[in-house]
Ligand binder design. Structure first.
Ligand SMILES: Cc1cc2nc3c(=O)[nH]c(=O)nc-3n(C[C@H](O)[C@H](O)[C@H](O)COP(=O)(O)O)c2cc1C
Length: 408
């Protein structure tokens, strides 16, 4: 199965104007809620290669493997042998965040996506986490309900979302590319079931599948993000409208999962202004209100981390979110171009993050920690094999000093 990765949903079309650095322009009326943080003496700032304690998670270094959907699971959503090898190869990174995994059948968003539902799926993940732990790694499961980005031909169930608004575009089913469906609007009395799915999935991830914790996926246009977004959530009940209402489900999920597995094992991913999957966040004032309220509501929970995907970590907006959350703040600034070593080093030196989340460079470099620590250079990503079958482009990227394979 060859799929152009640029066509996959996490890398959909950006619809906001971009300057030549690939960053969205600052809104003229943006009103930072705190002043730009003062530059601090960088000799006291931890660098990429120092440990970090994030709640109950002890990271040996501050390079975090981003959640990366790779569609290598079986049709039943069970992790395969190559997944065991792939993740174990990358165990030297301070923390591995798994690809998005579905906590309920309706939450499945991709063919070849692994789940956290059946005993077989949990046993499959246990093989992965055992292998990662044997290599000294730390790994959390990204718990992801795809919301309106799913399709009945993928999940076998009606597609569910905050509002009956379809994504403009196509997804890939076994029959090929098809338009995203108009989702069913979740009723008020169904929302506790969504919270329960995240809680049960997270508990199973930790208790049965052996993960060290979870990352709640509230980013990139999937269900939790859809509740946050003004263009995807047009509900008129207590889960729509005001910022307080739009953050309600996300806060309920985070609170309930933290209560069940311990806040120190729970992180959450957000991607304000990602502008993906028809979820457009181009009103800076609204974005500040929603994500500011979200950070204020999450702060007292004592979560392990917030992970943010945003092109401008240095902005007042992002640093204000960091200050409001007050705990470990993981940053991924990759958008059009993959995160580079120099960017990661600079983000840490400028004290803009507590750890750096790295996607495409981690795909192409199983020994990314050593390569970046010793500045050894790195393998180039081969986009054509991102969603290939099996080992190709997955477990066959060479470590430094190993022979390059034909595919790479
Ligand atoms: C192949 C691929 C799959 C991805 N899958 C996920 C995913 O499952 N969950 C998620 O939150 N982000 C996902 N992303 C986004 C990455 O986590 C990351 O934010 C993005 O690659 C930008 O970082 P980079 O510039 O270091 O690659 C994916 C990105 C790529 C390239």
């Amino acid at each position: 199965m060859y799929v152009n990765y640029m066509s996959m949903v996490d890398f959909g079309q950006l619809s906001i104007p971009r300057n030549k650095l690939g960053k969205p322009p600052r809104s003229a009326n943006a009103t930072p809620l705190i002043a730009t943080p003062q530059k601090i003496d960088s000799s006291h700032v931890p660098d990429l290669f120092t440990p970090l304690t994030a709640g109950a998670l002890s990271l040996d270094n501050r390079i975090v493997m981003a959640p990366l959907t790779r569609t290598r699971a079986s049709d039943d959503g069970v992790a395969t042998d190559v997944m065991v090898e792939h993740y174990a190869q990358r165990a030297s990174l301070g923390l591995i965040i798994s690809e998005g995994t579905f906590p309920s059948p309706a939450g499945k968003g991709f063919l070849g996506q692994p789940g956290l539902v059946t005993p077989e799926q949990l046993a499959g993940w246990k093989r992965v986490t055992d292998a990662v732990h044997a290599e000294g790694g730390v790994m959390v499961a990204q718990v992801m309900h795809a919301g309106r980005a799913s399709h009945p031909d993928i999940s076998g169930l009606p597609t569910e979302a905050p509002s009956a608004l379809a994504i403009d575009g196509e997804t890939r089913t076994a029959a090929g590319k098809v338009a995203y469906p108009v989702p069913r609007e979740l009723t008020l009395d169904e929302l506790p079931g969504i919270v329960d799915a995240f809680v049960t999935g997270s508990q199973n991830a930790v208790d049965v599948a052996g993960f060290d914790g979870v990352e709640l996926h509230a980013a990139n246009g999937y269900l939790l993000h859809e509740f946050l977004g003004a263009t995807s959530n047009i509900r008129t009940d207590s889960y729509g409208g005001s910022p307080e209402n739009r953050i309600r489900l996300v806060v309920e999920v985070a609170t309930a999962v933290a209560a069940r597995i311990g806040a120190g094992r729970v992180g959450i991913r957000i991607s304000p202004e990602r502008n993906i999957q028809s979820l457009i966040e181009d009103d800076r004032d609204d974005v500040i209100a929603v994500y500011g309220a979200l950070m204020d509501a999450l702060a007292p929970l004592g979560l392990a981390f917030v992970s943010i995907l945003h092109p401008s970590p240095e902005s007042d907006f992002v640093q204000d979110l960091r200050a409001r959350f007050g705990g470990p703040f993981l940053v991924n600034n990759g958008f059009s171009d993959a995160t580079t070593r120099d960017e990661a080093v600079a983000l840490m030196a400028d004290d803009l993050a507590d750890a750096i989340v790295v996607g495409r460079a981690a795909i192409a470099n199983p020994d990314l920690l050593r390569r970046w620590r010793e500045d050894l250079g790195q393998n180039a990503l081969v986009p054509a094999t991102i969603y290939a079958d099996g080992a190709l482009g997955y477990t066959d990227y060479p470590a430094h000093g190993e022979a390059q394979t034909e595919q790479n």
